[in-house]
Design a protein around this ligand. Structure first.
Ligand SMILES: *[C@@H]1O[C@H](CO)[C@@H](O)[C@H](O)[C@H]1NC(C)=O
Ligand SMILES: *[C@@H]1O[C@H](CO)[C@@H](O)[C@H](O)[C@H]1NC(C)=O
Ligand SMILES: *[C@@H]1O[C@H](CO)[C@@H](O)[C@H](O)[C@H]1NC(C)=O
Ligand SMILES: *[C@@H]1O[C@H](CO)[C@@H](O)[C@H](O)[C@H]1NC(C)=O
Ligand SMILES: [Zn+2]
Length: 960
């Protein structure tokens, strides 16, 4: 799957004027919250489980284990499904189907366990399945069948044994609900030309295929799938393979179409996909005859919204064929944009599903950032067609390798499609620094988990997190850089060849990379790939490397944002790493060195007066860097005198390292603040984005205190030249700059200038928005700037502006535009508007389910919305948890969002109480995030006690 989020949130800055009104609402909501709690306490006393025969909890029976036994392997499935896109007499949407699976017995057994969840199975002679032996073998009779609902098993107990080496045929017929729950085979509704339309679609990863048909639902249980879909003749059916036959037939007096698909390659259940819709497509054929199609709502395709995706798919496919040295394994590649989809995108083999915002680009309304998101997400999913789909990790504990890998090479594929965008450098913003933020907490976890630690669906779903995606990407990028990209790609190609259509564990990849390294004299490693990488994947966290240029001493230490926090998780490597260090001295690149122990003297790093050392060149390593004070001073003066001597990525990294090392109280916070002084001269995107994020962190830390005013004045001064620069570059804001990343920087300039009150900024955004309100059919605001303009205008306005924004949101036909409005509506400073907006998130007719948690998150990022959102979530916890808790990783994001600002002891105690109160309901995929929130809040309280005064004093002295 792709990461669910991308575009940086608007900074919603606000004053405290309305705090009094907010407080009244808070009290009212707390009462609701308490009432809800007492109700739930009563409810939870009645625990009922149906359909499960009484089995003791400590049972050793195979059906009480989450993992399938190793007795049977599937060979192929024949699945026929018929989704009904109209409500039945009971007011339910259903699908019916049948499935047969041919499997081979590996070990003698009288038990068949096959996954089936929420399916009603037809009885044959009192049993839920039929069983037959193949090739003249007689199958034992079925003794009994029943459901172990917790493990999602259909349990089939036999009167005799299945024989090793023999194959059998198991047949089931079933009926399931086509719910709008975004899991398994589900329905999605959207409006077109004033009519409600329904489509049937799938999301199988990680454990939902069992909700569509009974199957051995583990990634290593690969099989061939023969799929047939029955559907309305007005609709189109799609699946992993190409359609090979469509015929009309009559079932019970209804004319239906039956579409049969070519058998798939041997593949995992979580990659199976079906879609029934009245969508349309555009297509192209690549040089080797692979059919590429982009599917979407008719209107979207007619408006050309699929064109951009189609234009980049071929170059990206060609790039990966070359990079992996392996042809695209399938005959076609469909990509479809869905109005209702939980993840960013899903790499079903041959039929990739996307959120509309991740695939559709509308030249008139989509921003430059939307375009970048499309190229990176498409690249990510196409990368999986080989890595993940052709070769699959055996179990979810190695998910990090699958997702980290795609998250790394997505930049390579995107760079190939858009070579002028300089997109590869952005990995440090969107993955490296993002990973650092969570990996610097004691509640982090190693990339790689032991297989036996990951069992339940919610443990599996918890693996889809920032560590797996972003740390995985960053660590693999480091590996690729110290091996060199050529050697890395060579080993990779060999790995794919050896394991095609099979499954692996991560050490299989290390073996092949080692072999590739051994075959060249270019790469000299101080240890083998396994030993180096084990330290990065088997222990959590990252080192901060400290360089003392007075004597050339280099040392490493586990970096923690709270330096006094106790690390309970033990590491067999004592939190030491083998660190590859690329570096430069006074702008001259030096030979790479390896830090293999806790500390070492490296003479060349001892410098004489006036020279500076900069380590972790291009931020290729997964570590932070700290220096002796004198070197910091020399770097700061280099930044101020001529910053361009320092590579652009490192300017961002210096800033981010300084801020974070200061948050850990390792250096004085004023030193970190001083890294922002040179921004007067900075015009590049990556350093500004890094600065913006760190300043935003400070804004959120201080926007309820007296530091805020002084900080505003300082930041205003720093951003003024940038605002002026873009004013000139764009003929006074009438055009946008031509450079891709300049367009991003322009947004930062406008956003920071307006939020800090740079003269002229708010008047600009207000007048643009007013012009639109007066003429709602012609929006002349440039798409790039819309998020910022909408947010500022709605923040400055009242109900009239809000209601206008809401109306435009409801009318938006382009998803990217709708997202901008949805985020901007959270910027209002009027509490009742914010509360009403929160209530809307519970109503799917107003806010789609897929958008509910992120909308609450937007509201929480507003200083006035934050306490309202926190109370709202607590009051509605059971509902929110029930709907989003188990499977979704946007859910853990929600917990992060609503607690982001917490920094007082009062908030900490509320957080702990929340944890205690809901221990029973639980936190599902948000468990880790909640732990992280407690840890972050604790660290912030301590840090503020020591640093608030110096920060205030510094801002005051710098604003003079
Ligand atoms: C539990 O269920 C029983 C039977 O369904 C019912 O009589 C009882 O009131 C329930 N108890 C609570 C606390 O809801
Ligand atoms: C599965 O379907 C294919 C093609 O539709 C057919 O040839 C094959 O016999 C079927 N196999 C089973 C086991 O039903
Ligand atoms: C499955 O059976 C249960 C119990 O009879 C029923 O409540 C449910 O509606 C059925 N589901 C479908 C999709 O028919
Ligand atoms: C940090 O630096 C400031 C300004 O130079 C100074 O006033 C303060 O005492 C320093 N704090 C610590 C803890 O050294
Ligand atoms: Zn992915």
């Amino acid at each position: 799957m792709a990461k669910g989020y991308y575009i940086s949130k608007n900074m919603a800055t606000a004053a405290m004027v309305l705090a009094a009104i907010a407080l009244v609402t808070i009290i009212a909501l707390s009462i609701v919250y308490n009432r809800e709690k007492s109700k739930n306490a009563a409810k939870s006393m009645n625990v009922t489980t149906s359909m499960v025969p009484p089995t003791p909890k400590t049972s050793n029976e195979l059906w009480d284990k989450y993992r399938l036994p190793d007795t049977l392997v599937p060979h192929h499935y024949n699945v026929t499904l018929w989704p009904r896109l109209v409500m039945d007499a009971n007011g339910m949407y259903v699908f019916t189907g049948n499935s047969s699976v041919i499997f081979t017995c590996l070990k003698k057994t009288d038990l068949i366990l096959i996954h089936a969840n929420k399916l009603n199975l037809t009885l044959f002679n009192g049993h839920h399945a039929k069983l037959m032996g193949l090739d003249g073998v007689t199958a034992p009779a079925i003794k009994t069948t029943w459901f172990q609902t917790e493990m999602h098993y259909l349990v089939i107990q036999l009167n005799g044994n299945l024989k090793p080496g023999k194959s059998y045929w198991l047949y089931t017929e079933f009926r399931g609900e086509l719910a709008d729950d975004l899991e398994g085979f589900y329905r999605s509704e959207y409006m077109e030309d004033g009519r409600k339309k329904i489509i049937a679609i799938t999301q199988m990863q990680a454990t939902y295929a069992r909700k569509a048909f009974p199957c051995f639902d583990e990634p290593a249980m690969k099989a061939v799938f023969h799929i047939t879909l029955i559907h309305d003749p007005e609709t189109m059916a799609l699946s992993n393979g190409q359609e090979i036959k469509t015929e009309n037939l009559n079932i019970d007096g209804i004319t239906v179409t039956r579409t049969t698909f070519e058998p798939t390659k041997k593949m995992s259940t979580y990659l199976v996909a079906f879609v029934v819709s009245d969508f349309t497509y555009i297509k192209a054929k690549d040089k080797k005859g692979v059919l590429v199609r982009i599917w979407a709502r008719k209107k979207a395709i007619e408006e050309g919204q699929g064109n951009y995706a189609l234009s980049i798919t071929q170059p990206i496919l060609e790039f990966f064929e070359m990079y992996y040295n392996t042809s695209y394994p399938l005959s076609k590649s469909d990509q479809i944009a869905l109005p209702d989809f939980k993840a960013g995108a899903m790499e079903n083999w041959g039929l990739i599903t996307y959120r509309e915002t991740a695939l559709l680009y509308d030249a008139h309304t989509s921003a430059n950032g939307n375009k970048q998101r499309i190229v990176t997400v498409v690249s990510h999913e196409l990368a999986h067609m080989w890595f993940g789909n052709l070769v699959t990790l055996k179990w979810w504990n190695d998910l990090w390798l699958n997702e980290g890998f795609a998250s790394y090479v997505e930049y390579l594929g995107a760079d190939h499609a858009e070579p002028t965008w300089n997109i590869k450098d952005q990995i440090i913003l969107y993955d490296l620094q993002r990973a650092f933020a969570v990996d610097s907490l004691t509640s982090s976890h190693p990339l790689s988990r032991k297989e036996e630690e990951v069992n339940t669906p919610s443990e599996i779903s918890e693996m889809f997190n920032t560590i797996s995606y972003s740390k995985g990407a960053a660590v693999l990028r480091m590996l690729s850089q110290f091996l060199t990209e050529r050697v890395f790609a060579k080993g990779l190609g060999n790995y794919l060849k050896q394991f095609a259509f099979g499954s692996t564990v991560h050490s299989d990849l290390w073996d092949h990379l080692q072999k590739a390294a051994d075959q060249t004299s270019v790469v000299k490693l101080p240890r083998n790939v396994h030993d180096i990488m084990n330290r990065w994947i088997l222990q959590m966290g990252l080192p901060v490397v400290t360089i003392d240029t007075r004597n050339g001493n280099i040392s490493q230490k586990h970096f923690l944002l709270d330096s006094q926090a106790v690390v309970e998780r033990k590491s067999e490597f004592n939190y030491e790493w083998f660190v590859p260090i690329k570096w430069m001295k006074n702008g001259q690149v030096q030979d790479q060195l390896w830090l293999l122990q806790k500390s070492a003297i490296h003479k060349p790093m001892k410098v004489s007066k006036g020279e500076w050392v900069l380590a972790n060149l291009h931020a290729s390593g997964y570590f932070r860097v700290n220096y002796d004070l004198e070197n910091w001073e020399r770097l700061l003066s280099q930044l101020e005198s001529n910053h361009e001597i320092i590579p652009v990525v490192n300017r961002a990294q210096l800033l981010d390292d300084a801020f974070n090392v200061a948050r850990a109280s390792v250096i004085n916070v004023t030193l970190a603040l001083r890294t922002t002084k040179y921004l007067l001269h900075e015009r590049d995107y990556i350093p500004w984005e890094a600065a913006w994020r760190n300043l935003n962190y400070f804004f959120k830390l201080f926007d309820r205190s007296e530091v805020y005013g002084a900080m505003q004045v300082y930041v205003k001064k720093q951003v003024k030249p940038l605002f002026k620069y873009f004013g000139t570059l764009t003929s006074n804001w009438t055009t946008v700059p031509s450079g891709h990343t300049d367009q991003f920087t322009q947004i930062i300039a406008l956003s920071l200038a307006c939020s800090t009150g740079v003269e002229g900024c708010r008047d600009l955004t207000k007048s643009w928005f007013r012009r639109w309100m007066q003429n709602p059919h012609t929006n002349t605001i440039h798409p790039n700037l819309r998020s910022t303009v909408y947010c500022n205008a709605i923040a400055a306005g009242g109900a009239e502006e809000w209601d206008f924004g809401w109306k435009m949101f409801q009318n938006a036909t382009v998803a990217a535009e709708a997202v901008k409005l949805r985020a901007a509506l959270a910027c209002t400073k009027v509490p009742w508007l914010l509360n009403r907006y929160l209530e809307y998130t519970l109503n799917p007719e107003k806010i789609r389910k897929q958008d509910a948690t992120s909308t609450i998150g937007y509201i929480a990022s507003n200083v006035i919305g934050q306490p309202l959102a926190w109370d709202f979530v607590r009051a509605n916890w059971d509902y929110i948890f029930k709907v989003y808790g188990a499977g979704s990783f946007t859910f853990s994001r929600l917990i992060g969002d609503i607690t982001y600002r917490f920094c007082t002891s009062f908030e900490l105690s509320q957080l702990k109480r929340f944890q205690k109160d809901n221990a029973e309901t639980g936190f599902g995929s948000g468990t880790q995030t909640l732990q992280q929130a407690i840890e972050k809040t604790t660290a912030k309280i301590k840090w503020l006690a020591e640093n608030k005064e110096p920060v205030l004093r510094w801002f005051i002295s710098e604003s003079a």
